[in-house]
Design a protein around this ligand. Structure first.
Ligand SMILES: Nc1ncnc2c1ncn2[C@@H]1O[C@H](COP(=O)(O)OP(=O)(O)OP(=O)(O)O)[C@@H](O)[C@H]1O
Ligand SMILES: O=P(O)(O)O[C@H]1[C@H](OP(=O)(O)O)[C@@H](OP(=O)(O)O)[C@@H](O)[C@@H](O)[C@@H]1OP(=O)(O)O
Ligand SMILES: [Mg+2]
Ligand SMILES: [Mg+2]
Length: 363
């Protein structure tokens, strides 16, 4: 293959575990062959002293990092930051994370979608008094830490069968109704406009009998990330035949993915979906994660390289529509020209339409 004439640098700031799984030779080599160099950012050193980068990818949070990104963008106004820390922040709270699903307006013919009933509890008194929870949330519930910041603690959950099981919980906590879903979860990976849905094992259904048992709760963490061995060793993770599970309708999943992408202004995320077995054609989004384990997605190297190429090429040609930190100015001009403004003045995340491409906007 001929050497690409223009080279781009994509800096990445990732925790060591994430770096190890995401930055595989296969990805680095493919990107390099397309003129994109993936360069590690040393988070121990000031970002402004590193680079230059055409694009910064990151899964690092905190005020200091946000400040560093802002400083970097101010000094390098053409660099893209994927994604904006403010947009990512919304996913760090399990209530704001799912609120966005309820805002989506999607017309589905034969199916419906939503989120499970849930409440957030800040005080122990309220936690131990289910009559104060209001209408809706009933046992069994999954107790999830309110904060979803990627820490091990934020993944520690309990399936609570009855009042007895509430005693071990520590607020602030989200109580989400556990919905029987046949032990299969659908993970939908989004990379820009690309959407891929895969099946994974989940918690098994809870029977009426189980609800009456003496056991109050069951603790678990990152079920869908467990190895088969880990899962089968545990009492509750029985072997489920994933192959038999029917996939959700592709059009519904794609519509939800694109809707979430626009509403959250994020480009790199995944969401977990379950099918309510009581209803059959009702789908519930239960979790949204920023920069998930893409290496587990089929052909992740090609998908990610295509995405990098797409955003870098558009940046070069002035067609960048990323509502990320440093594209803000360009985005506003595009808004003025196209009149396709989002509610807060930012642009939809989808790539430009054919007409827009043929009529490039001057920035
Ligand atoms: N409302 C629910 N009804 C049924 N099962 C659920 C529900 N919420 C969560 N689960 C099960 O618990 C698992 C963990 O929940 P969730 O995805 O919210 O946690 P997480 O720690 O954020 O996961 P991830 O590792 O994907 O970030 C899910 O994969 C699913 O198996
Ligand atoms: O562990 P992996 O790399 O595979 O990715 C997991 C990722 O872990 P990491 O970012 O800490 O590595 C998790 O992020 P945090 O919530 O902890 O931030 C979360 O997004 C999971 O859903 C991902 O698994 P997947 O949903 O793809 O199965
Ligand atoms: Mg999840
Ligand atoms: Mg999660």
């Amino acid at each position: 293959m001929a050497e690409p004439t223009r080279r781009f640098a994509v800096g990445y700031a990732l925790a060591p575990k994430k770096q190890q799984s995401f930055i595989q030779d296969s990805l680095v080599n493919l990107a390099r062959s397309r003129g994109i160099d993936l360069v590690r950012i040393d988070v121990e050193k000031p970002l402004v002293e590193q680079g230059p980068f055409d694009c910064v990818l990151h899964k690092v949070s905190g005020e200091d990092w946000t400040k560093q990104l802002k400083e970097y963008s101010a000094k390098n106004p053409t660099a893209l930051v994927i994604d904006s820390p403010e947009a990512i922040e919304r996913l760090h709270n399990r209530i704001s994370m799912l609120e966005v699903v309820n805002e989506l307006e999607i017309e589905a013919e034969n199916e419906s979608f939503g989120i499970p009933k849930q409440i957030v509890i800040y005080e122990s008194e309220k936690l131990l008094d289910p009559s104060s929870w209001g209408e809706g949330v009933k046992f069994p519930v999954i107790a999830k830490p309110l904060v979803a910041d990627g820490s091990a603690k934020s993944h520690k959950m309990s399936l609570v069968f009855n009042r007895e099981g509430l005693k071990k919980l520590k607020p602030p906590i989200v109580l989400q109704e556990f919905v029987n879903h046949g032990g299969v979860i659908f993970k939908v990976y989004v990379v820009g406009d690309y959407v891929k849905c895969v099946k994974r094992k989940s918690l098994p259904d809870v029977s009426e009998e189980k609800l009456r048992s003496l056991e109050g709760s069951l603790s678990f963490s990152q079920v869908s990330n467990l190895s088969t061995h880990e899962r089968d060793g545990g009492k509750y993770y029985k072997l489920m035949d994933l192959e038999e599970a029917e996939m959700p309708p592709e059009s519904l999943i794609t519509d939800i993915a694109h809707g979430l992408q626009r509403a959250t202004k994020l480009h790199l995320f995944n969401f977990d979906v379950i099918r309510d077995t009581r209803i059959g054609n009702r789908y519930l989004v239960i979790d949204i994660n920023y920069f998930p384990g893409y290496a587990k997605m089929p052909s992740y190297e090609t998908v990610l390289t295509d995405f990098f190429w797409d955003v870098l090429d558009k940046k070069e040609t002035g067609l960048c529509k990323l509502p990320v930190i440093s594209c803000e100015k360009k985005a506003r001009k595009l808004v003025n020209n196209n009149g396709c403004e989002g509610s807060d003045g930012s642009l939809p995340v989808s790539p430009p339409s054919r007409e827009e491409t043929e009529n490039p906007i001057q920035v």
